[in-house]
Design a protein around this ligand. Structure first.
Ligand code: 3VV
Length: 230
C-alpha cells in the first residue's frame, strides 16, 4: 500500500501555510457556494446556460497548470501534514463540508453544517455522507503523532434520520490490541445522537515509519526539527 501513497515535501513554514490557506480556502468556499447555488437556484434556462459558459471559462483558467492526479499529502520538514485534497476535510476540496476536528482530553470533536449538497432522503443527510464524516472522525481519533491508521472495518448504525443543518461529531478510542485501535464515533444533531459507528483501525505492517517518510521526502535519514528559512 505504501508504494502507491503520494507523500511529498513542501519546504515551507507555518507562515507560508497560513498565506496559502488564506488564498485557497476562500476559493474553495466559493466553489462550495456554487454547488449549493446550482442545487437551489430557480433562475430560468437562459441564466443556467450563461452560468455554465462562465463556469467553463473558469475551469479552463484553473487547468492552465495542474497536477496529474489528486493532491496527495504534502508534509513540511517539521512534519505538518497538508491533506488539502481530503474528501472530508480538504482545504482545497469543495466536496468536503469541510469537517474540522480537534482532540481535547482524548476526545475528538468537530462541528459542521451540512447543507443541500449532502442530501439523501429529502431534507436529511445522505447515509454515505454520515459514513464519510464518521470514517474521517475515527481515522483522526486513531491517528497518533500525525501518523494515520487505516479503516479496517467501519460499522455504522443509523439510529434516526439526520436533518440537514448543523451536526457535531465526537470520537474516542475504546481500546488497542497490537496494531489495531478500536474507536467509537457519534454524529449528533441538537436532539442527540443520530448515527453511531464502531471502527477497527489498523496501522498497516507495510506502512512506512515517520522517519522513513521523512527520509523519502527530504532525502535525509532522520527528520530535522529545524524550520526551513522562509
Ligand atoms: C495517508 C497519509 C497521511 C498523512 C497524514 C497527515 C496527518 C493526518 C492524520 C490523520 C489523518 C487521518 C485520515 C483518515 C482518513 C480516513 C480513514 C480512511 O478512510 S483509510 C482508507 C480506507 N481503508 C483502507 O483503504 C484500508 C484498506 N485495507 C488495508 O490497507 C489493509 O487490509 C489493512 C491495513 C486494513 C490491514 O492490513 P495488514 O496487512 O496490516 O493487516 P494484517 O497484518 O493482516 O492484520 C493485522 C490485524 O488486523 C486484523 N484485520 C486485518 N484486516 C482487518 C479488517 N479489514 N477489519 C478488521 N480487522 C482486520 C487482523 O485480523 C489482524 O488482527 P490480529 O493481530 O490477528 O488480532
Amino acid at each position: 500500500m505504501s508504494a502507491d501513497m503520494d507523500f511529498r515535501l513542501e519546504d515551507i513554514d507555518d507562515a507560508e501555510i497560513a498565506r496559502r490557506l488564506s488564498i485557497v480556502e476562500p476559493l474553495t468556499d466559493s466553489v462550495r457556494d456554487l454547488v449549493d447555488a446550482v442545487i437551489r437556484t430557480e433562475v430560468d434556462d437562459a441564466e443556467l446556460i450563461a452560468a455554465r459558459t462562465a463556469i467553463e471559462a473558469i475551469v479552463t483558467r484553473l487547468r492552465a497548470r495542474q497536477k496529474d492526479k489528486g493532491y496527495g499529502v504534502a508534509f513540511t520538514r517539521d512534519f505538518t501534514g497538508m491533506p488539502w485534497g481530503n474528501a472530508a476535510t480538504g482545504a482545497r476540496n469543495a466536496v468536503a463540508p469541510p469537517l474540522r476536528l480537534s482532540k481535547v482530553d482524548g476526545v475528538t470533536r468537530g462541528d459542521v453544517v451540512l447543507g443541500a449538497a449532502y442530501e439523501g432522503p429529502g431534507g436529511h443527510v445522505h447515509g454515505g455522507i454520515a459514513a464519510l464524516l464518521l470514517d474521517q472522525l475515527v481515522g483522526e481519533t486513531a491517528a497518533a503523532d500525525n501518523m494515520p491508521s487505516f479503516t479496517g472495518t467501519l460499522t455504522v448504525r443509523y439510529l434516526r434520520p439526520t436533518p440537514l443543518g448543523p451536526v457535531t461529531l465526537t470520537g474516542r478510542v475504546t481500546g488497542t490490541e497490537g496494531r489495531k485501535t478500536f474507536v467509537h464515533g457519534e454524529l449528533s444533531d441538537a436532539d442527540g445522537v443520530t448515527v453511531e459507528a464502531d471502527a477497527v483501525m489498523i496501522r498497516p505492517k507495510s506502512f512506512p515509519s515517520r522517519d522513513q517518510i521523512s527520509a523519502a521526502i527530504t532525502g535525509h535519514d532522520t527528520p530535522t526539527a529545524d524550520k526551513p528559512t522562509p
